[in-house]
Design a protein around this ligand. Structure first.
Ligand code: PLP
Length: 374
């Protein structure tokens, strides 16, 4: 029998932590399957790619297994070197991280004190606000306009204590983006005391001439950090590896707060091995380009109206006042989608692009639950 553990009052924790709502992880697929007695469960909930790591990455992971008694290279030297070369930047301008989420955490730790502010759009990726709150800093969230980041309104929300402005390009959960012209106009106006973080977690999926490449802003001498990740198109979400491209002073600051051995050897090796497979990257981009309209058509056939234009590997649709009943109904049919309460949109779900077979399964599930419509 379990013993009786000591009681720990709230006073043990910081006020900022006491005010936070804990992250609610989804249940593992196997657990959902077992609990609900389902033969098959399709997960379209976390914007992971439907494919595993690149073949070269799998081999690299296997190759490092015998030496996992050793700590990883804390400096991720080879990966940083390869990324610097790829983007024609200096080694000192590349910061690896335990996912781009790990880098949002590092930037927050390095830059925010109690009472400081960050600005981001809303609904959007929750870590910007959560990581600020952990430190007693204040998120100023700015409503989207027509489903997109409203950069003018965000500039109006910048105050003397604003340290970071996050621009999620494309935005999670809506999948929408700002254009190059809008971003240029933003940089004309943003005050000098602000560091702008361009979160481009889905960059590799997008092949649109109007879609901004944050590296151009960096090269233009703008005060900017570009976040990218191996979690999405590269299929390495389970390994936790991403990177920031930034002025050297920002990279140094990230290096001071990042835990020394945060980025595991398999993560570093798999990321490195993934960099030289342009054909596989292109194949995945094309598959996603075909899959997204297919998913959109299925949602529309079932009275759901995704926000657009969406550029990444997911779609966002309102389903009523509270999306949980819709989520739970679909779950019982074997499809996991993402209710977006934590992203500031309790009335909507986000659905990740899957394989054609996943989509068929979703369409059949939606046929069965078609009583739910907007
Ligand atoms: C916009 C955005 N940023 C960052 C992340 C975090 O990605 P990771 O930490 O896996 O690199 C995600 C993941 O969903 C995302 O959608």
């Amino acid at each position: 029998m379990a013993g009786r553990l000591a009681e720990i009052a709230d006073s043990f924790f910081t006020p900022a932590v006491n005010d936070l709502v804990p992250y609610e992880p989804g249940k593992p697929v196997e657990e959902v399957q077992r609990e609900l007695g389902l033969d098959r469960v399709v997960k379209l909930a976390s914007n992971e790619g439907p494919f595993g790591p690149f073949p070269e990455a799998r081999e690299a992971i296997e190759r490092c297994a015998p030496e996992l008694n050793r700590y990883p290279d804390g400096g991720a030297y080879r990966l940083r070197t390869a990324l610097a070369e790829r983007f024609d930047l200096r080694f000192e301008e590349v910061a690896p991280g335990a996912g781009s989420d790990g880098l949002v955490d590092c930037l927050s730790q390095a830059m925010l004190e109690a009472g400081d502010e960050i600005v981001c759009g809303w609904p959007s990726f929750p870590s910007y606000a959560i990581d600020a709150r952990k430190l007693g800093a204040v998120p100023r969230t700015v409503e989207l306009r027509d489903g997109r980041y409203d950069l003018d309104a965000m500039l109006d929300a910048v105050g003397p204590r604003t340290k970071i402005v996050y621009i999620c390009l494309p935005n999670n959960p809506t999948g929408t983006t700002n254009t190059r012209a809008e971003l240029d106009a933003y940089f004309e106006r943003v005050p000098e005391h602000v560091l702008t973080v361009l979160d481009q977690a889905y960059f590799e999926y997008i092949d649109d001439p109007d879609y901004p490449d944050g590296v151009e802003d960096l090269n233009a001498g703008r005060r900017v950090v570009v976040l990218r990740t191996f979690s999405k198109i590269y299929g390495l979400a389970g390994l936790r590896i991403g990177y920031a491209l930034a002025p050297a002073a920002v990279v140094t600051a990230i290096g001071k707060v990042r835990r020394a051995f945060d980025i595991t050897t398999p993560a570093q090796e798999a990321a490195l091995a993934s960099l030289d497979s342009p054909d596989e990257l292109e194949r995945r981009r094309r598959t996603n380009d075909e899959g997204r309209p297919e998913l959109e058509a299925i949602l529309r056939e079932h009275a759901l109206d995704p926000v657009g234009p969406a550029l990444a590997n997911f779609l966002f649709a309102e389903v009523g006042d509270d999306s949980r009943p819709f989520f739970e109904t679909l779950l019982r049919e074997g499809v996991i989608v993402r209710p977006t309460h934590g992203f500031g949109a309790p009335d909507a779900v986000r659905v990740t692009v899957g394989t054609p077979d996943d989509h068929r399964f979703l369409a059949e599930a939606l046929d069965r639950v078609s009583t739910f419509s907007k």
